[in-house]
Structure formats: structure tokens, C-alpha cells
Design a protein around this ligand. Structure first.
Ligand SMILES: Nc1ncnc2c1ncn2[C@@H]1O[C@H](COP(=O)(O)OP(=O)(O)OP(=O)(O)O)[C@@H](O)[C@H]1O
Length: 231
């Protein structure tokens, strides 16, 4: 294996039990992601993209194989250690944003920094800067219930990026966004990847996929590299 990989999957498998039948969703997934690399993961509905993201982020445990993040097997950590590891090294953008409803946009984005031990005024300032970069600088004090779907999505993206993690996992990050907001998010992804953050972006959108370095398709439970058409 490549020891300096940010993310490395070895023969990853995930089966679910359906009554007394075992259903295999992932089987023999191999992946090696270097610092600053951006990949798109595509595949038909039900092909296992969300299942894969959950395994990559240590939110679910594989039935076979392992996931190493910076050489660390997340499955061998205690729940507490895993949470600390996620806070320090990983960013997530889910389809459902999981923002905390009683906190405003700036407080939601500052949360991972506060959990990581950064003081409140520095955390608020960094949160405001990233919110500005996703075009949300004018909504710092709005709570999630006072924001549109696309605005909530941008807050969730800002929250995932504010700690400049080693790796960011994104599920349809620009799904609800107008073209201008999507372009801002893509520019932010580019600038963070230049600073060595790696990205795994699940998307159905071929334009987003083309902005990544590689596109991998989930077919029959495994990842296959997609050939790029000439631009
Ligand atoms: N907890 C579970 N128990 C049983 N089966 C599950 C479970 N979670 C997912 N599956 C099954 O695993 C398969 C892959 O689901 P997954 O959500 O990973 O697909 P996906 O590629 O993300 O789909 P979509 O593009 O529609 O979001 C589906 O057939 C789903 O029914």
C-alpha cells in the first residue's frame, strides 16, 4: 500500500441482512487517494455510493476489508477516539445537512472548531470567513429554519471545510444550488485541494464530475475508473 495516502481502501465489502438472506452492496472496493486529490464517485441509484461514504468516514463498519485514513484503521478506534479523529481530519457534507436548528449559521460552522479546542472569537471569525467564501456572509445570524435549502447546503459545506481537514466526503454537494453558488463551492474545493485537502464527491452531475481529477464508477459493488472524454 501507499503509506502516504490520505485514504486507502483494501478489498472493502459491505453486506446487509435482508431477512435470512445476505445482500452484498460493496465487494472488493479498492481506492487510494493522495493529499490534494479530488475524485468523483458516480453510479446508478442503489449502487452503494452512500454506503461507501459512510464506510470511508468511519460512520459504518465494513463487513470485509478495511479503510485506512493516514494509515489509521478507523474500525480499531474506540467511539470516542473515532469522533476525535473525525473532528480533526475529516469533513462531511451529507444530502441532509444535519445543521443544529437552535444555532445560527456562524455558530453551526464554528462548532467543529470549538469542539477541536479553538477559542470562541477565533472560531467565529474563521466561520464568518468561510461563510463569506460560499456567498453566505450576509446570513451569519440566521438559524437553519430561516434559510433556504441552498443556503442551508452552503452552511453545511462551510462547516465541513472550516477545519481545513485532510479529507472531505461530499454527497451531492451542489444539488440544491444555483449556478453561481455552485461555482463558488467548486472554487473553494479547488483552493482547498491546492492546499492538500483531498475530496471524495458523490455526484450525479457530469459537470461536477469533470471538475474532479478522476471519476470512479460503482459497478457491481466495486469501483471502476471511468475513461475521460477529451475536453
Ligand atoms: N441499512 C440497510 N439495510 C439493508 N439494505 C441497505 C441498508 N442501507 C442501504 N441498503 C441497500 O444498499 C443498497 C445501496 O444503497 P446506497 O444508499 O448506498 O445507494 P446509493 O448509490 O447511495 O443510492 P442513491 O443514488 O439512490 O442515493 C441499496 O439497495 C439499499 O437498499
Amino acid at each position: 500500500m501507499s503509506n502516504d495516502a490520505v485514504l486507502y481502501c483494501e478489498n472493502l465489502g459491505r453486506t446487509y441482512r435482508d431477512g435470512n438472506r445476505l445482500v452484498s452492496v460493496l465487494d472488493g472496493v479498492q481506492l487510494c487517494l493522495q493529499a490534494g486529490e479530488k475524485i468523483a464517485v458516480v453510479g446508478a441509484s442503489g449502487s452503494g455510493k452512500s454506503t461507501l461514504l459512510n464506510l470511508l468516514g468511519g460512520l459504518d463498519e465494513p463487513s470485509a476489508g478495511r479503510v485506512l485514513m493516514r494509515g489509521q484503521d478507523l474500525a480499531t478506534l474506540s467511539e470516542r477516539e473515532r469522533c476525535r479523529w473525525r473532528n480533526r481530519h475529516l469533513g462531511f457534507v451529507y444530502q441532509f445537512h444535519h445543521l443544529l436548528p437552535e444555532f445560527d449559521a456562524r455558530e453551526n460552522v464554528a462548532m467543529p472548531l470549538l469542539i477541536g479546542g479553538i477559542g470562541r472569537s477565533a472560531a467565529w471569525q474563521q466561520a464568518a470567513e468561510v461563510l463569506e467564501q460560499v456567498g453566505m456572509g450576509h446570513r451569519l445570524k440566521h438559524r437553519p429554519g430561516q434559510l433556504s435549502g441552498g443556503e442551508r447546503q452552503r452552511v453545511a459545506i462551510a462547516r465541513a471545510l472550516v477545519t481545513t481537514p485532510d479529507c472531505v466526503l461530499m454527497d451531492e454537494p451542489t444539488g440544491n444550488l444555483d449556478p453561481e453558488s455552485a461555482a463558488q463551492v467548486l472554487a473553494l474545493i479547488d483552493s482547498l485541494s491546492a492546499g492538500k485537502t483531498a475530496f471524495v464527491v458523490v455526484t450525479h452531475d457530469p459537470h461536477i464530475a469533470r471538475r474532479m481529477d478522476r471519476t470512479l464508477e460503482l459497478v457491481l459493488g466495486a469501483l471502476r475508473e471511468q475513461a475521460r472524454e477529451p475536453a
